[in-house]
Design a protein around this ligand. Structure first.
Ligand SMILES: [Zn+2]
Length: 97
């Protein structure tokens, strides 16, 4: 991959931001109430994503480009951090940027 091609790909990926790619990268999952969980594994099944968290929860959500999750992730919105998941501070700091 050349650098110019890499640039193009970044633009493409932003436009078609997929939840799976984002969650797989940052390994964080904001719940409906805005609690950040640490993601142990995430699986894609067609349109649906299933994520298992370190605290033993399972979340299922549609992998769409404009859902609640994408909005929360884009806006860096969260109201708290799951204590059971034990997310390292640097991960939260990275998320906030
Ligand atoms: Zn948790």
């Amino acid at each position: 991959m050349g650098s110019s091609y890499g640039n193009l790909q970044t633009k493409y990926r932003y436009k078609h931001m997929r939840l799976y790619d984002t969650v797989d990268k940052i390994k964080l999952w904001p719940s409906r109430k805005g609690i950040l969980h640490g993601v142990r594994s995430v699986e894609r099944n067609g349109e649906w994503l299933t994520a298992s968290t370190h605290c033993g929860l399972e979340f299922k959500v549609r992998d769409s480009g404009n859902g609640r999750m994408i909005r929360q992730l884009k806006n860096r919105y969260y109201s708290g951090v799951c204590k059971k998941c034990g997310i390292p501070v640097w991960k939260i700091e990275k998320f906030e940027k």
